[in-house]
Design a protein around this ligand. Structure first.
Ligand code: CP
Length: 317
């Protein structure tokens, strides 16, 4: 179990769309509050809050852990399924959220394929509900980043000087983008690994070094693997899964070279025997299940901050 670190001051947010908008202190406050929820802290609302989860892209973890977090906090969850909604009659995202707001929804968690979809919603004078970004295309995945930070913090108690390799389909990964922004700011030393067709120097070089997985595997504190996102590839990769695994994946041979205290992370879903060997998914060094568990507590902490923002009319995103 994590150490209980009491949160000193309540964090208040209006929306959460990108980790870049959070200060380091706000990130640490969210981690501490998530740890408090993990240690069993209860939560009392001043009124009934209504949340809806608008997922326009597939999801298991983000969608269901938000639902779990909302229910653990006693919120009323308004069902929404794209296939049974007026989206099928051509309704836009804006009009869907406008409708949810009009019927009394306080918080909308949204996953959508359009990068930055939330900007129009937040700029609107009509929409008052809080927006939490559950992933925008290959843009940002702030709640995954925060649960990843919580998992790393639980393990090491700090970020400063940690050697963290992020490996795989970097260019399509919103997880990589959110994590590299925050981890570098918090003092981690970042390395990027994977096929060069999925590495963009202009986007990634400012955050870390592009190296081969074999040159860094024995030095890293955290080996963070990314899913190969075939659904986002314009040109289908000609590389077989075996070839990818042998050249870029975490196979058993590479895992045996890791430091004993180093951990393996993956946002999941995992392509077993592609990004990492099947046997490693639940091995002692893997924190993949912990990441999923922490997702509920971190999302409770985010919802708590949003509710606090509603009480205080917070303006930070
Ligand atoms: N890690 C993650 O975002 O998983 P889902 O796509 O299942 O939500």
């Amino acid at each position: 179990m994590p150490t209980l670190i009491p949160a000193t001051k309540k964090l208040a947010l209006s929306h959460l769309t990108s980790v870049e908008s959070l200060t380091d202190a706000q990130v640490l406050a969210l981690i501490k509050q998530a740890q408090a929820f993990k240690c069993g802290q209860s939560w009392q609302a001043d009124r009934t809050y209504y949340a809806t989860n608008l997922f326009f892209e597939n999801s298991t973890r983000t969608h269901r852990s938000f639902e779990m977090a909302e229910k653990k906090l006693g919120m009323q969850v308004i069902d929404f399924a794209v296939e049974h909604s007026s989206v099928n009659k051509g309704e836009t995202l804006y009009d869907t959220v406008l409708t949810m707001d009009a019927i009394g929804v306080d918080i909308a968690v949204i996953r959508h394929s359009q990068v930055g979809y939330y900007e129009e919603l937040i700029a609107s004078n009509s929409i008052k509900c809080s927006i939490i970004n559950g992933g925008d295309g290959s843009g940002q995945h702030p709640t995954q980043c925060l649960l990843d930070l919580m998992t790393i913090y639980e393990e090491f108690g700090h970020f400063d000087g940690l050697k963290i390799a992020i490996a795989g389909d970097l260019i399509h990964s919103r997880v990589a983008k959110s994590n590299m922004q925050m981890l570098k700011r918090l003092g981690a030393e970042l390395y990027f690994c994977g096929p060069n067709i999925w590495y963009d120097e202009a986007e990634f070089n400012a955050y870390g070094q592009y190296v081969s997985i074999d040159s860094i595997i024995d030095q890293v504190d955290v080996m963070m693997l990314l899913r190969v996102q075939s659904e986002r590839h314009d040109v289908k990769s000609m590389m077989s899964q075996d070839l990818y695994h042998n050249a870029y994946g975490l196979n058993i041979e590479r895992a045996n070279k890791m430091k004993p205290q180093a951990i393996i992370m993956h946002p999941a879903p995992v392509n077993r025997n592609v990004e990492l060997a099947d046997e490693l998914v639940e091995c002692p060094q893997s924190r993949i299940v912990t990441q999923m568990q922490n997702g509920v507590f971190m999302r409770m902490a985010i919802l708590d901050a949003i509710v606090e923002g509603k009480k205080n009319n917070a303006i930070s995103y």
